[in-house]
Design a binder for this molecule. Sequence first.
Ligand code: COA
Length: 343
Amino acid sequence: MKKTTPRSPRPQLLPRSVSIIGTGSHVPARVMTNAEFAARKELDTSDEWIRSRTGIIERRFAGEKEFTSDMAAEAARRALSNANVKPDEVDLIIVATVTPDMPFPSTSTFVQHKLGAKRAACFDVNAACSGFLYALEIGQQFVAAHTYNTALVIGAEKLTSILDFTDRNTCVLFGDGAGAVVLRSRGGDSHGILTTCMGADGAQGDLLKVPAGGSRCPASHASVDGKLHAIRMMGREVFKQAVNAMNAAATEALARCNLNGPDIALVIPHQANLRIIDALGERISVPRDRIYVNLNRYGNTSAASVPIALDEAAHEGRIKRGDLVLMVAFGAGFTWASCVVQW
Ligand code: COA
């Protein structure tokens, strides 16, 4: 019998530190103001109600021919350029979204094609508004484990494609956009992603959902007539859970790093409601001037909200090398996630 040479065992590599080496974001040009909603008499809403209950003043709406993958690809181009990385250097693309271009193929494969990132493996992640931080943890693990060197992590949404514009409880809250980061190890640098936490409570799924379009309720005339392809939310209950879960996720990430709120230079929270953000700041002892807020301009962009805010904060000089940044999000599922980065 022919003898086979035993394969040499895989070298044991220690996990390496992973950094965000570039950020980018893109929002559609069309600005939709509160006043435009208020002008639709049948909605019976006002600028004052939306502003005082949510903090939102305006949001961006994508055009009919502008898809989630278009916004994702533009945000990714900007992140790659910011990181000085070429598309063919990207090993992995993860897109977090609840509004994919279509059920399959994944939005990440459309993004790969648009970028010309031919070497990249691609998949999507759905953890609703926590999706970007889930995807960031996954991308981080691949780079830390030496499986890949360069990962592109994107949060992108066209939420206007799943809004019921006759439901004032939801249609005024959401907007479209995309944000992206490039992950790599900077070698011996101990800076980078210090910790990531993720969690979920599947018992609460009914409080925030899109009921139809999946295997439970495939598209039909009845599902369309019943507006079952649009977001349904029990706002007051979601609000309470969001405050508790964001606080718990933030506290866990800080504890894992042996840090307290006052050590953090900037908090980047999911942008759903200014009152949720203020309650979080109060509970973790971080004043408003160290919490990044842009929901007044974009509303809730779900998985895109944290990476858009991170990119804007970085470009505005709100984050300096060595600063500790806390990101925290909460979303449908329920899901929650947090992350501490040393910039
Ligand atoms: N304009 C005017 N009135 C409105 C309105 C609007 N756009 N939307 C709701 N209302 C009304 C409601 O119908 C209700 O009227 P009623 O008392 O006659 O029934 C009243 O305002 C109060 O509703 P309520 O739901 O108690 O308001 P709220 O203070 O909780 O604010 C939200 C509503 C949706 C802004 C708030 O609950 C929220 O932000 N929830 C969490 C949202 C979130 O984080 N979602 C995503 C998680 S990722």
